[in-house]
Write a protein that binds this ligand. Structure first.
Ligand SMILES: Cc1cc2nc3c(=O)[nH]c(=O)nc-3n(C[C@H](O)[C@H](O)[C@H](O)COP(=O)(O)O)c2cc1C
Length: 394
């Protein structure tokens, strides 16, 4: 075994917690919460990943409040979900694994049919591309009270996350969700203390981090998933995202997961590879949305060529600039990529699709049985999550 694979498969500290190795399952929306309540399938899914060898698994997107959902079926943090989540975290711990929960707020990026109030709300007035066919085509600018309310919602959700037995929280600061909307110069056009300079645009993510830290206490592992780039003209670029990582580091984040893309504008930037349009049309329940996808999908939904470790080059620039633990993500499929990540000084790796395709990938790589996931980046798992729960079609 090389020194780098030894490092990969050795225990590592994340905040006050020790993970048994450096492989994290990235948050991939499971579609296993009918009515927003975690079903036993969600526990089985994460236990399978832990039994397959990952050090820590991540339960995907849980909104901090009802209006933080992108669509109505999504889980949001409330008393009713704590008992099923406690069962999930206990089952993961029984198999000697760790589990994180991704907490987020969608901001204006929503088609939630249960939305209550004057929303969708984001940093500034604009078009809600995602909500057009759901009758929510415009975003309104949040007021000071709205912003204070969201910060508080993150804090309360974090408290409940701890009560549900999670080992860590991942704050969703990327992919064009609320905190990423505030960071994005293209979307945040505010002229008050929440917009304009990078310091102002970063004020909300940092206020959320401070409130969440207060809720969970020192030492509790907090990760932030950020964008290296928004991936469209006028959006956040690497130079500023490096500054954002510096700010998160100074504010006491325990690790930063590096991603990119803005789901409402370039949904496949964050994945690369084929856009599975036919499957997306099949699973779309809204007839109007289905029609729009059929008529305009191929021009609206651009695909981006896949290459292994597609965020590496940008992530290396971040690595040079900060000391905070960094998680390399994006098209990691083979043991060689994982070893390379270690060699380049990243602290953890996160894998999404490779582990959907092969939940026992880590064990099989560690034993030398296989060197590469069978994932072909066909992205059909992205459509599958809306059918009967996320799965690999291979
Ligand atoms: C089916 C599916 C669902 C996803 N859901 C989420 C999500 O809820 N939150 C998130 O931050 N990223 C989500 N992602 C993105 C992944 O976390 C990851 O950033 C992306 O797939 C790139 O990593 P990979 O090349 O290892 O798959 C999802 C990805 C897939 C394939």
């Amino acid at each position: 075994m090389s020194d780098f694979s030894e490092r990969l498969f050795s225990p590592a500290r994340l905040g006050s917690v020790t993970l048994r190795n450096r492989v994290i399952k990235a948050a991939t929306y499971e579609g296993m919460c009918p009515g927003g309540i975690p079903a036993p399938a969600l526990t089985r899914h994460h236990v399978e990943l832990i039994r397959g060898g990952v050090g820590m698994t991540t339960v995907a997107y849980c909104a901090v409040a009802p209006n933080g959902r992108t669509f109505a079926q999504q889980m949001y943090m409330r008393e009713e979900v704590i008992t099923p989540l406690r069962e999930l975290t206990a089952a993961v711990h029984h198999h000697n694994g760790a589990v994180s929960l991704q907490l987020g707020h969608c901001g204006y990026f929503t088609k939630n049919s249960e939305y209550v109030g004057r929303g969708p709300l984001g940093p500034s007035f604009g078009v809600n591309e995602y909500g057009i066919t759901a009758g929510m085509p415009f975003a309104k600018a949040m007021t000071e009270d709205d912003i204070a309310g969201v910060i508080e919602q993150f804090g309360l959700a974090a408290e409940r996350t701890v009560r549900a037995g999670f080992d860590a929280i991942e704050l969703h600061v990327g992919h064009g969700y609320l905190l990423s909307q505030f960071l994005s110069p293209a979307v945040n056009r505010r002229r008050d203390r929440w917009g304009g300079s990078l310091e102002n645009r970063a004020r909300l993510p940092l206020a959320v981090l401070a409130r969440v830290r207060r809720a969970v206490g020192p030492g509790f592992p907090l990760l932030a998933k950020i964008n290296l780039r928004d991936g469209f003209s006028g959006g956040l670029e690497l130079e500023e995202s490096i500054e954002i990582v510096r700010m998160l580091e100074a504010a006491g984040i325990d690790a930063v997961v590096m991603s990119g893309g803005f789901t409402a504008k370039n949904p496949f930037y964050l994945f690369r590879g084929e856009a599975p349009l036919r499957e997306m049309i099949e699973v779309e329940k809204n007839p109007l949305q289905r029609l729009v996808l059929r008529m305009t999908g191929s021009s609206l939904i651009r695909s981006y060529p896949f290459e292994e470790m597609y965020f590496l080059e940008d992530a290396l620039e971040v690595r040079k600039a900060v000391k905070v633990p960094l998680v390399l993500l994006g098209g990691l499929l083979s043991i060689y990529s994982l070893e390379r990540a270690m060699a380049e000084g990243f602290d953890f790796v996160a894998l999404g699709r490779a582990l959907i395709a092969d939940p026992d990938l880590v064990n099989r790589m560690q034993s030398g049985e296989i060197t590469r996931s069978r994932c072909t980046s066909c992205n059909k798992c992205v459509a599958e999550m809306d059918r009967n729960g996320v799965r690999c079609v291979l």
